[in-house]
Design a protein around this ligand. Sequence first.
Ligand code: UDP
Length: 253
Amino acid sequence: MARGKKLYEGKAKVLYEGPEPGTLVQYFKDDATAFNAQKVDVIDGKGVLNNRLSEYFMVGLGQIGVPTHFLKRLNMREQLVRSCEIIPLEVIVRNYAAGSMAKRLGIEEGKQLPRPIVEYSLKNDELGDPLVTEEYIAAFGWASPQDMDDILSIALRVNDFLSGVLYGVGIKLVDFKIEVGRVYEGDFQRLVVADEISPDSCRLWDIETGRKLDKDVFRHDLGSLTEAYAEIANRLGVLPKNATPMQKPTLIN
Ligand code: UDP
C-alpha cells in the first residue's frame, strides 16, 4: 500500500498519512531507546516483533469490547490505524513494584501491590515525563473528569486482559503503559487505546524463573532483546513456531 507523507517520527515508530482520511500508517522501527534516549541502539527485528505483538493485543482487546485505534496489519513492519488526538498522558498500570515506583517508594522490585495501581505521567520528553495527579490533569485541561473516568476503566480492562492472556503462557505482567486517543464520530467523541502495546512498554517476567522478557533486557544489558521478544511471540503463537524473522542471513558452507 502506498504510504502518504511522513507526519511524525518518534523513538520507535514513524507515522505516515494513511490511504483514506482518518487513517494513518504506523511503521515500527528497530530503534531502541531507554532512560529518555540517553541509551540508544538498533536491534535487528524488534520492529517486526512489536508490530505483530501489538496487533495481537489490540485485536484481542477489540474482541472483548475495548476500543483501539488498530485497523489492520499491512506488512511486517506497518499497520493501518485510526488517526486520533492523543491525550498527552502516559497511563501506567502496576501490579508489582518495579522501575520508578520501586525506586520512589523504596519498595523491593517484584513485590505484589495490594491492588492494581493506575498512575499518570505527562508526555513531555524534555521534562522526563513527570508524574502528575488528576488535580493537575483537570486544572491544566489535559483531559476532562469524564475522560479520566473512561481512561481508568479502559486501563483496568486492559490490565485484566493482558494479565490473563500472559498468565496463560507463564508470564507475569508487572506493569505497562498505554496511550489513549480521542476519535471523533459526528458530534460524539470516544476514547480508544492508541500507540502500541508491546514488550517495549510493559514489564514482563517469566513466572517460573523471573527472567525478564521486556525492554529492561536492553535497559540493563541482560542479553538479547529480540530473543526475549521472540520468546513472548512464540509462547503466544503470534509467530509460526521457531520462526526467527529477526535473524540475519547466515552463510552456509
Ligand atoms: N513506560 C513506557 N514509556 C515511558 C515510561 C514508562 O513504556 O516513557 C512503561 C515501562 O516500560 C514500564 C511502565 O511503563 O512497563 C512503568 O515504567 P516506570 O514508571 O517504572 O518507568 P521506568 O522505570 O521504565 O523509567
